[in-house]
Design a protein around this ligand. Structure first.
Ligand code: CP
Ligand code: NVA
Length: 306
């Protein structure tokens, strides 16, 4: 693995390798056995959108690994004044060992990777959020012991989370059903890739999607960049909510996940959110373990195999 640009690029074996290392790093952290796998390494973190979890978990994770993370807000970088990404890539490659970027267009991340001579990690684009979904798969495995054969149900916007969850689920042998209003389906590329797979279902019917699910998942109705559409989306997404009725159609031991931030009484009720807070915050914690694994694997050439 040279970069982590999207889950669509990864195979089952690569995903399993990341999840196994993430489990190991979580164990080591819990037992005060943290090792400085990335001593002296430098990670640049470019943010063109807001973040709590991604920023803090990457920065804290890099610190725990013995490295250093630099927060690079696009407002302060010359990118904000129009310096092309291909020049930024070539400059940063001479100072750093890895770049994480959160931006709008997936093409920007792909271009950064094309021109950089160091690994690039997608920290969220409008198309995918691979780091989040790796933490999600880790969480599901922790709670259920396996991934293959489980049914995940995603309710809400066919956004970056939906795209990445479809890729992550189908690549690891899970079944996935997505319930979204007409006109808000996942990206065409993902739909075309997933459509022939009998483990994939896309429907407008929330209850059909949630039936017998092992994992229920939702995300905000209006993602970053869609702030102007909040009103129209609030109307369109009415009913696309994880609530008591929806959890009743899933399996009795189903877990509920949310990538956060959550909007209570919109995509999830306060009641269900609090009932499943343990899973949801374990999922948030797992961001640090999954990303430490990604960084170690991407920079491992410099540190030997682990
Ligand atoms: N889930 C997630 O990526 O959160 P942040 O936007 O806070 O980074
Ligand atoms: N779909 C959301 C995810 C936030 C982590 C967004 O892009 O804003």
């Amino acid at each position: 693995m040279k970069h982590l640009l999207k889950l669509m690029d990864l195979g089952k074996e690569e995903i399993t390798k990341i999840l196994n290392l993430a489990d190991q790093l979580k164990y080591e952290r819990k037992n005060n056995l943290n090792k400085k796998y990335l001593e002296g390494k430098k990670l640049g973190m470019i943010f063109e959108k807001s973040s709590t979890r991604t920023r803090v978990s990457f920065e804290a994770g890099m610190y725990e690994l013995g490295g250093h993370a630099l927060f690079l807000s696009s407002n302060d970088l010359q990118i904000g004044r129009g310096e092309p990404i291909q020049d930024t890539a070539r400059v940063l490659s001479r100072y750093l060992d890895c770049i994480m970027i959160r931006t709008f267009a997936q093409e920007e991340v792909e271009k950064l990777a094309k021109y950089a001579t160091i690994p690039v990690i997608n920290g969220l684009t409008d198309f995918e959020h691979p780091c989040q979904v790796l933490a999600d798969l880790m969480t599901i495995r922790e709670y259920k012991g396996t991934l293959a054969g489980l049914k995940m149900c995603y309710i809400g916007d066919g956004n970056n989370m939906a795209n990445s969850l479809i890729a992550g689920a189908l690549k690891t042998g899970m079944r996935i059903s997505v319930a979204c209003p007409e006109g808000y389906e996942p990206h065409n590329t993902v739909m075309q890739w997933a459509a022939p797979n009998p483990d994939f279902l896309c429907t407008t019917d929330v209850f059909e999607a949630a039936k017998d699910a092992d994992v229920l998942y939702t995300d905000v109705w209006a993602s970053m960049g869609h702030e102007k559409e909040v009103q129209i989306r609030t109307e369109a997404f009415k009913g696309y909510q994880i609530n008591r009725k929806v959890t009743a159609s899933a399996k009795p031991d189903a877990i509920v996940l949310h990538c956060l931030p959550a909007h209570r009484e919109q995509e999830i009720t306060e009641e269900v959110f609090e009932q499943h807070a343990k899973e949801i915050f374990e999922q948030a914690e797992n961001r640090i373990h999954a990303q430490k694994a990604i960084m170690v694997l991407l920079m491992k050439d410099a540190i030997g195999s682990c």
